[in-house]
Write a protein that binds this ligand. Sequence first.
Ligand SMILES: [Zn+2]
Length: 504
Amino acid sequence: MPLSLPLPITPLRIACALAMATSLAACQTSTMTSNSVATSTSSIATKDLSHSTVNKNTLNKKTTSKKSPSSALAMDMSGRHEYQLENGLKVVIKEDHRAPVAMTQIWYRVGSADEPLDKGGISHLLEHMMFKGTADISSDDYERLIAKFGGVNNAFTSYDYTGYYELFPANRMPLALELEADRMKNLTFNDKEFAKEHQVVMEERRQRTDDNPLAKAYESFRLLALPNSPKGESVIGPMNELESIKLSDLKDWYKTWYAPNNATLVIVGDVQPQEVLAQVKRYFGKLAPSNVPKRNAVTQKGFRGYQKVDSEQAVQVPVLLMGYNVPSLVTAGANNEKQAYALSLAQDVLDGGLSARLESRLIREQGLLTTVGTSYDFLDRGDGLFMIQATPREGVSLEQAQQAIISEIEKLKTDPIAADEISRAKTNAVTGLVYAQDSMEGQARMIGSIQSIGLDDRLLAKLPTKLDGISVADIQAASKKYLVKDNLTVMHIVPPKENTTKAQ
Ligand SMILES: [Zn+2]
């Protein structure tokens, strides 16, 4: 049952509440329990918007009954305007006049996948420091200004980007621009503030990962499954690396990556584009571009042979993790983009709602599992993982659960896929996107995340057509190519020995 997955399959990013030194638990993890083609990132935790996670399966349950053909659902690209300032800042403005508010998001093209091998977590630590004030606006003033004018704000860090946002009444949107432009270049780095925030972030790691058996297992699973990729390491970074980061490292990281030519500014709301552009020029136009380095390649050689490990963790019940190394839309390349779309549809056939194969067959018909969920994100800057997570029913071993899942994957490659399964998968893929458009936050997030992985968000408008062009043969070909044992990493997560006799 995907909704009750015990572990966020893809803890893509860390979203932080205002990294207040006084509140060790200020950060909120925003994770996906199951990704969809729609949402490369699913939610931004904010103080006022939501800490909830978007779960594709939640969307599915709301939408699958309609059986709309995917082509009938179009992404609304009207009111979208794109500009580039002379200093390289990309600006995407999307008019949405449904409510008198405006979401401003700035997305820096830097994240944990760009970090040096010995500085894991530096992007996220810098994200915290970004709330510590500039020469002109102190940390306290920043907070006061946002509160005084009815705004909410937050930040987030992922493998491929670090972002900041403010939601204001539309007429206060220029304040968001002023604040973001100011801290793009004028951040103050204070030893005392750093010392406090360093502790905050290490505590965040303890709470989220070290004290969470499944998160810990998942962190080591990624290292095993993605040994050559910078995405093998967690966004928050290993404790020893986090500990070793100095204030001077953060300053360097900031100077290297925080520049107008390495950012996308996204504004969605009740705004007039020309007025917004004038304000953007006013605040950002004077900032100088930098020589931004080329980003790390995010590739992972697949087909390294079958790998399986057992991991003893303080879990209540055994958990199975399986991951296949797969390309994304970016790494598949234009000639092979069908593979990425096909894998995405394969994921939906297996796990797109209650009637999808894994749930209907392995949970309800055969009674082998109590939970199962999958994830695959084709909107990714690098190669990724096609993940499956399951909890066997009591009396069923992890090995039996694994074999049952593999058997379903084998059937996917050879047995017919019914028309209604395909149609549901295509509809699911697109409805997730349409649903995300309901909020200004969702629209801005889609634009910013897709821009940050080097793609044009207008591809969303073409998505229904692209998916309609994928055949059963394409799905089977992609599954035969990538969902194979030689390309599989498995982890059997088991409770400490004394508790395992019943379950194992
Ligand atoms: Zn944080």
